[in-house]
Write a protein that binds this ligand. Sequence first.
Ligand SMILES: Nc1ncnc2c1ncn2[C@@H]1O[C@H](COP(=O)(O)OP(=O)(O)OP(=O)(O)O)[C@@H](O)[C@H]1O
Length: 365
Amino acid sequence: MAQIQLRELRHSYVDQPAADSDWALKRLTIDWADGGAYALLGPSGCGKTTLLNVISGLLRPTGGQILFDGRDVTDASPEQRNIAQVFQFPVIYDTMTVYDNLAFPLRNRGVDAREVDRRVREVAEMLELDDMLRHRAAGLTADGKQKISLGRGLARSDVNVIMFDEPLTVIDPHLKWVLRSKLKELHQRIRVTMIYVTHDQTEALTFADQVVVMNDGEIVQTGTPVELFERPNHTFVGHFIGSPGMNVLPCEIAGGRATFAGLPVDSVNAGAYRGDGGRLELGVRPEFVSFAPAGADDGIPVRIVKALDAGRHRIVETEHADHKIKLLVPEGEAIPGDTAHVRLAPERTWVYRDGWLVTGKGAAR
Ligand SMILES: Nc1ncnc2c1ncn2[C@@H]1O[C@H](COP(=O)(O)OP(=O)(O)OP(=O)(O)O)[C@@H](O)[C@H]1O
């Protein structure tokens, strides 16, 4: 097990990177605690796989350092880094039995037969593969094969880190939930540092203690699922996490107060803005927007565009001067007809400058 530190890590696939867009990873600095469960979450192309390959040693970064327990491993080979990796698609030996597949990484490291047997049976039981240990892997379904891949990643207890790259892609939807909870349970049992890469927020939020959100080669926020929900560090995090994502509205700030379309809006942090220009926006999640009671005219006047049933609540889309504002209305509460006023909860409304949360110390990077 290891603490993993990335220092000013950069990578470009271009020979002579010049433009910002030439960088697949842009100066990442982050510490991952020994034994932590992390998810690396971000849209396709944001650099997740590049980062995993740099950590595992398959790719030499253009710049920066990788430290395992304080030791610089930037130039170490994948074998020297002692990492287990589980990929999107099963990597198994079809002609071997399930047992031999699980035992393979242990035997390869010279682990003694009794310990191999103990670990194989333990992992097989956790993944519910115990009744098929003598079967040939070739006969298994795609789900079964991917379970073996997971098992091979989890069998070794001496690894510095286990990395999962979208491991549930080929798994049947109803089994995904089961495997996700199993992985979480397993992490709690074995406490090896785990990094789980996904573009699926549900997978990230259910697996990880800390979620690292990436966009466009940068880490935009690291936090618990609650932190990402309650205090998005960047409008991207607000959009990407949550369903529907955060409302983002253009605003102006004068005298420490924000206005949207000329209407005053109270926020947590407008007072921290230093008047240094930039694109100013307000962010508020649909959960923290509500309709003012009929007859009240405080808040933002809106036109109701549509309402979508989402189980326990409805997602209502409203509009003010071509700006969409979404809100959640609990089941049983009335939705006004054509027009209404909406209120933004001041303690849940944040000001962003050029996408980043205004903290008073410049952008909240
Ligand atoms: N071998 C490569 N050669 C050139 N460019 C690459 C290569 N691999 C990735 N890239 C580019 O680097 C950027 C990051 O890609 P990467 O695959 O790391 O993202 P990702 O978040 O893992 O995406 P996905 O979820 O689609 O796998 C993208 O712009 C991609 O086009």
